[in-house]
Design a protein around this ligand. Structure first.
Ligand code: ATP
Ligand code: ATP
Ligand code: MG
Ligand code: MG
Ligand code: MG
Ligand code: MG
Ligand code: MG
Length: 237
C-alpha cells in the first residue's frame, strides 16, 4: 500500500493550488460569525450590543494571538475579528488556506470552549460557525485604511438608523455617551508595544519586563487617527 501511495496515486497532490501569500505584504485574516443575526436572537443577545458576546469574541481572539506570535494586532467588532500577521511572517510558508483555516478553527473552538465563562446561565443552543478570508495589503497605508474601514463600520453600525431609534426612543441614550467598547470596537496589541508607549507618556524608564511575561492588552480606542500609530510605532515596524 505504501508503495502505491508513492507512485500510482500521489500525482493528485499536485492538484492542490499554490496559495502562498505574496512576500512582504501584510496578511490579514478576517473571521465573521455565520448567520449571527439568528445566533444572537436565539441566545437572547442584548441589542444592539451585548457585552457578554463582545467579551467572548475578544477571549477567542486572544487565544488566536497566543497561538500565533506573528499576529501583531487584531481588531474586532460585532461578530467579526481581523488578525494582522507581520509582513515577513513565515507561518505555514504563508499559505493562505492554512492561515485562514487554522485561525478560524482556533477562534471557533475557543469561542465554544469559553462560552460558559461569558454566558454562565445560558446553555449554548447549537454549534456556531465562523467564515474566514485572507486579504493582502502591500503598504502600511493600505493596512491602516483597512483597519479604519472596519472601525468606521463599527461606528456606523452603532449609529445606524434602527439601532439609533432603539437607543433614543426606548432608552433615551445619547450616542456620545455610549461606552467606547460599542463605539470603537476592540484592538488587541502585545504589551511590549503598549508598555513602551506608556513609559514614554509617563516619562518613566523602559519597562524591564521580559518577552515571556508579555501579555495581550485589549483597548477600546480610536485607530483611525494618527495618535495610536504614532504612539505605538513598533506595530508597523
Ligand atoms: P453573515 O453570515 O453573512 O455574516 P450575519 O447574520 O452574521 O450574516 P452580519 O452582517 O455579520 O450578519 O451581522 C452580525 C449580526 O449579529 C448583527 O447584525 C447583530 O444582529 C448580531 N450581533 C453580533 N454581535 C452582537 C452583539 N455583541 N450583540 C448583539 N448582536 C450582535
Ligand atoms: P500538522 O500541523 O502539520 O498537520 P501534525 O502533527 O498534525 O502536524 P499530521 O501529518 O497531520 O501531523 O499527523 C497527525 C499525527 O497525529 C499523526 O502522526 C499521529 O501521531 C497523530 N494522530 C492523529 N490521529 C490519531 C489517532 N486517531 N490515534 C493516534 N494518533 C493520532
Ligand atoms: Mg459573512
Ligand atoms: Mg456575520
Ligand atoms: Mg459581521
Ligand atoms: Mg494529518
Ligand atoms: Mg495534522
Amino acid at each position: 500500500h505504501q508503495k502505491m501511495a508513492n507512485s500510482q496515486f500521489d500525482y493528485v497532490k499536485s492538484f492542490e493550488s499554490m496559495d502562498s501569500c505574496l512576500p512582504n505584504c501584510w496578511i490579514v485574516v478576517r473571521i465573521d460569525g455565520n448567520n449571527f443575526h439568528k445566533f444572537s436572537s436565539k441566545h437572547n443577545f442584548k441589542k444592539p450590543n451585548d457585552d457578554r458576546a463582545l467579551g467572548l469574541m475578544t477571549r477567542a481572539a486572544r487565544s488566536v494571538m497566543e497561538l500565533f506570535n506573528d499576529v501583531v494586532l487584531s481588531y474586532g467588532q460585532s461578530d467579526e475579528y481581523s488578525f494582522v500577521f507581520k509582513k515577513g511572517t513565515k507561518t505555514y510558508n504563508r499559505r493562505s488556506s492554512k492561515l485562514s483555516s487554522v485561525v478560524v478553527s482556533q477562534f471557533t473552538s475557543s469561542y465554544v470552549y469559553h462560552w460558559k465563562e461569558y454566558f454562565p446561565d445560558l446553555q449554548l443552543g447549537y454549534p456556531p460557525a465562523f467564515d474566514s478570508r485572507t486579504v493582502l495589503y502591500p503598504s502600511d497605508k493600505n493596512l491602516r485604511d483597512y483597519l479604519s474601514w472596519r472601525q468606521a463600520d463599527c461606528e456606523l453600525g452603532t449609529l445606524s438608523s434602527d439601532k439609533n431609534e432603539i437607543l433614543f426612543s426606548q432608552f433615551g441614550i445619547n450616542y456620545n455617551n455610549l461606552p467606547q467598547l460599542h463605539r470603537k470596537g476592540t484592538v488587541i496589541v502585545r504589551d511590549k508595544v503598549t508598555y513602551a508607549s506608556r513609559n514614554a507618556l509617563r516619562k518613566e524608564p523602559d519597562d524591564k519586563r521580559s518577552k515571556a511575561q508579555s501579555m495581550l492588552l485589549a483597548l477600546n480606542i480610536d485607530i483611525i487617527g494618527k495618535q495610536f500609530w504614532e504612539g505605538n510605532p513598533h506595530i508597523l515596524a
